[in-house]
Design a protein around this ligand. Structure first.
Ligand SMILES: [Zn+2]
Length: 214
């Protein structure tokens, strides 16, 4: 009899927030809200992504803004690679999040990897293999975080689902960018959550790829 009651309780708690473990109800609600915001953003990005293909950038940005276009520029090959890699990554993230199969686990701040409140969330790696659970530290819920909660969640999901790396935007700056590294940078993907994708691409990539005609 006792066993049946236990089983029932177990089922009752696991159905309220599927895939979220070790969290308070409040924490689980906040994780679920952030995941929903990330999903909406991923859907929006996927819908717009074709506009950012090289030929469309030429048509809608380079030509109307009177910018330089050089035929067979090797940068354009890198851009195509960046565009298709990122597009595939966002799409697989959207599918995985939409299927509701991402697991989250909350930890207390004395958990070693939460690093006394310095780490907000993490995903475990073994070599290139990323484990599928997103670990959430108490700092994730701190309202004074400089980074947004939705952005942090998208960052971690990109590690867990697409094996992205922490390149901390080191591939971009001084009027140039290494786009092949950029498409793997979790910090760059995170920017898409917090910014308008078109504005972000314009600012980070297009303006240096296509300088203004003199
Ligand atoms: Zn990271």
């Amino acid at each position: 009899m006792k066993k049946i009651i236990c089983l029932f309780l177990l089922l009752a708690t696991s159905t309220s927030f599927a895939g979220i473990s070790n969290c308070t109800d409040g924490q689980a609600g906040e994780i679920a809200a952030a995941e929903k915001a990330v999903l909406l953003k991923l859907i929006k990005i996927e819908r717009e992504w074709d506009n950012f293909r090289l030929d469309n950038v030429k048509k809608n940005f380079v030509i109307p803004q009177n910018r330089v276009w050089v035929n067979s520029n090797p940068r354009y090959v890198d851009y195509h690679h960046y565009w298709s890699e990122l597009g595939a990554t966002f799409s697989s993230m959207r599918q995985k999040v939409e299927s509701g199969s991402v697991n989250y686990k909350c930890h207390s701040s004395w958990q070693l990897r939460c690093d006394k409140g310095k780490t907000m969330a993490y995903v475990l790696f073994l070599g290139n293999y990323s484990f599928k659970t997103v670990h959430i530290c108490p700092a994730f819920f701190d309202p004074s975080n400089r980074q947004t909660r939705n952005g942090i969640l998208l960052h971690e999901l990109s590690h867990s689902i697409a094996g992205t790396e922490d390149l901390s935007l080191s591939w971009v700056g001084n009027g140039t960018a290494d786009l092949r590294r950029g498409s793997k940078d979790a910090y760059h993907l995170q920017e898409f959550q917090d910014m308008n994708p078109q504005m972000l691409l314009m600012r980070t990539v297009w303006t240096w790829m296509f300088p203004k005609k003199k």
